[in-house]
Design a protein around this ligand. Structure first.
Ligand code: APR
Length: 238
């Protein structure tokens, strides 16, 4: 694209954290090939067997807590630091790797494993312990209704209004490490494409299901192609 983008929106998915040792969901050894998502990532699954769901999430929280960002997360933090316009990262990931790398302008549309939410009063707070059905909500006192603050299938992702406004205003949309099958995130590129002046780029290990929607595609591991992409953008400033 000829002119420098003023507003950049970057969507990230599990692929950006793959090289930090966090598995993806739908690849060959992905999480959803080992566990039934209906059992561990739906409100119905939680109502059926809360102990099973909480055990699963408690284990995930520990894995995520020890993970460190890779070169792709660091490159996005660098872009935010040096870019004269706005850079917004919208992540589907519930890990905290973007923050650990230093990204500040960040939306967790699927929530965060490091937080807990009460099903009754909707209180949300950071939580660095196992969640169990015996706990009471620190805000309303209800027992057995604490759950991880992550968005499950069938629930509405967070901050959608802010995300749609950012997509409507952006002139560069970049999608990194996401399979393009889970909505609403999978539909973001179509929303951006409706505006002729916005450029769209997919950075993914391989072409995703939605790859044909993007004007530009780069394939390869995120730890290599994201820093290269960011370097190319930053070089255009000089
Ligand atoms: N670098 C870049 N991309 C990669 C890498 C890598 N090292 N490894 C895998 N990928 C790509 C895969 O090719 C795939 O297209 O990342 C994508 C991961 O896709 P998914 O496993 O489907 O993860 P994601 O798109 O984030 O899933 C979306 O689904 O299960 C829900 O709520 C969960 O937020 C998640 C949502």
């Amino acid at each position: 694209m000829a002119t420098l983008p003023q507003r950049i929106v970057i969507l990230t998915g599990a692929g950006i954290s793959a090289e930090s040792g966090l598995g993806t969901f739908r690849d060959k050894d992905g999480l959803w090939t080992k566990v039934r998502l209906e059992d561990v990532a739906t409100p119905e699954g939680f109502a059926r067997d809360p102990d099973y769901v909480l055990d699963f999430h408690n284990e995930r929280r520990l894995i995520v807590r020890d993970a460190v960002p890779n070169a792709a997360h660091h490159a996005l933090a660098r872009l935010e630091q040096f870019w004269p316009g706005e850079v917004l990262v919208v992540t589907q990931n519930v890990d905290g790797l973007h923050e650990k790398a230093g990204t500040r302008n960040l939306i967790h549309m699927h929530g965060e494993t490091g937080k807990v939410r009460c099903n009754i009063c909707a209180d949300v707070r950071p939580w660095d312990e196992d969640i169990t059905t015996g706990l009471h909500c620190p805000n309303c006192g209800t027992v057995g209704q604490l759950r991880p603050d992550v968005v499950w299938f069938g629930e509405i992702p967070y901050h959608m209004e802010r995300i749609h406004d950012a997509l409507a205003a952006c002139d560069l949309f970049v999608s990194i490490g996401t399979s393009g099958v889970v909505y609403p995130a999978a539909g973001f590129v179509a929303q951006v494409r409706m505006k002729k002046r916005a450029h769209t780029v997919e950075l993914n290990l391989e072409p995703s299901d939605g790859a044909s929607m993007f004007a530009e595609q780069v394939n390869g591991p995120a730890s290599r192609i994201v820093p290269e992409f960011v370097d190319r953008l930053i070089e255009r400033l000089s």
